[in-house]
Design a protein around this ligand. Structure first.
Ligand SMILES: N[C@@H](CCC[C@H](NC(=O)CCC(=O)O)C(=O)O)C(=O)O
Ligand SMILES: [Zn+2]
Ligand SMILES: [Zn+2]
Length: 393
């Protein structure tokens, strides 16, 4: 088994990642991952807090905030130690929580999403501090949650509020999510599309399938509504964002019988939307089309779920240029400034300071045989280190 990294020396990112993978931190379990980070950060002089956040109806979640130095500039590295479940371990070439280092890769769940990003920024920060006699010329903080892959209720959103209440003001943030599609240096994320989930429920009248004139079947009515809202594209994209897309993700009819017309049918959807929309304009767009299709004939309800996020774009040229230059200096490639893909905890951080995202190559994230190239971990550490030297320079 690979050794736990030596806390007294700047961490080797591959060894640190291997040790983190051996902590089975499937959301919402802490799995030892935050304790391991604390054991590496505290001896280096970081003040480490481990707040636990709670909310009715959601699991309690452990989080970590570590900070060193004082005053401005205040840089925060952000990320999550929770991971998605591995599925059947027998399908993996290396145990999902074994942390094997073999064939030039660190193997295991979370290798790229995103314990690898954390290992690299911890190694970079420890190296930077060691070279500066233990103190930054400003403040470096680490904001790590155990609730990114889950409901995202007891994680970054509450940790940011906690940090603000404890007097921390950030000037810039880097999230270590895997942002590169194919090769390290492909892309920095400088914004994210918004996300809105909702449900359309059609109310019919339950009845016997042999006597349909005495019932109202909500299923064909629901399909009419679905057809209407999927009949046209939301948009064709904008200057900085991909097109918005609306996807139906579930159909729910509470009926196990073969001879009963059900009373209700509902469809769940998620919309990923660009800067041409807000949650409010999307609601109006949906309502107009649903009303038109429903007329007086279909009784329906549109519900929008809590936790929607608006799109955002980071405008800080200082932050984007510094990171771009660091990526180019190490990889020889100038990264695309991207807003594609899913959302991330940057959607919460952007309310506190400019935020950009850069991490490993995301190709194997959430897959069986997730793995990070050791070479990429070393290069990512060098990129973060270069950024630190430049930012605090
Ligand atoms: N479960 C949470 C957050 C879901 C975040 C998730 N993000 C990714 O998959 C990242 C992929 C990428 O970087 O493109 C998502 O977009 O659904 C919630 O729903 O609140
Ligand atoms: Zn992630
Ligand atoms: Zn993920």
């Amino acid at each position: 088994m690979p050794p736990v990294p030596d806390a007294a020396t700047p961490a080797d990112p591959a060894q640190l990642l291997s040790a983190l993978i051996r902590c089975p931190s499937v959301t919402p379990a802490e799995g030892g991952a935050l304790a391991l980070l604390e054991s590496v950060l505290a001896p280096a002089g970081f003040m480490v807090s481990r707040p636990v956040f709670r909310e009715a109806g959601t699991p309690d979640v452990e989080n970590l905030f570590a900070t060193i130095g004082s005053g401005a500039p205040h840089l925060v590295f952000a990320g999550h130690t929770d991971v998605v479940p591995p599925g059947d371990p027998a399908r993996w070439s290396h145990g999902p929580f074994a942390g094997d280092i073999a064939d030039g890769f660190v193997h295991g769940r979370g290798a790229v999403d995103m314990k690898g990003g954390i290992a690299a920024f911890v190694a970079a920060a420890l190296g930077y501090l060691a070279d500066r006699g233990g103190a930054p010329s400003g403040t470096i903080s680490l904001l790590i949650t155990g609730d990114e892959e889950g409901p995202s209720v007891n994680g970054t959103v509450k940790l940011l509020d906690w940090a603000a209440k404890n007097g921390h003001r950030f000037d810039a943030a880097i999230v270590g999510e895997p942002t590169n599609p194919k090769r390290l240096g492909d892309a920095i994320k400088v914004g994210r599309r918004g996300s809105l989930s909702g449900r359309i429920t059609v109310f019919g009248r339950q009845g016997h399938v042999a006597y349909p004139h005495l019932a109202i079947n909500p299923i064909p009515q629901l399909t009419k509504l679905i057809r209407r809202v999927t009949a046209e594209a939301l948009d064709e994209g904008s200057e900085r964002f991909d097109p918005s897309n609306l996807e139906f993700v579930g159909l729910d009819v509470d009926n196990t019988a073969w001879n009963v017309i059900p009373a209700e049918a509902s469809a769940r959807f998620n919309i990923r939307f660009n800067d041409q929309w807000t949650v409010a304009t999307l609601e109006a767009w949906l309502a107009a089309r649903l009303d038109e299709a429903a007329g007086n004939e279909i009784a329906y309800e549109l519900e929008l779920m809590e936790g929607a996020s608006e799109s955002f774009l980071t405008h800080s040229a200082e932050l984007i240029d510094s990171l771009t230059n660091a990526v180019e200096a190490v990889t020889g490639r100038r990264p695309e400034l991207s807003t594609s893909g899913g959302t991330s905890d940057a959607r919460f951080i952007k309310d506190y300071c400019p935020v950009v995202e850069f991490g490993l190559v995301g190709e194997t994230m959430h897959q069986v045989d997730e793995r990070a190239a050791v070479e990429d971990l070393v290069a990512l550490t060098a990129i973060y280190r270069r950024f630190l030297d430049d930012w605090f320079g």
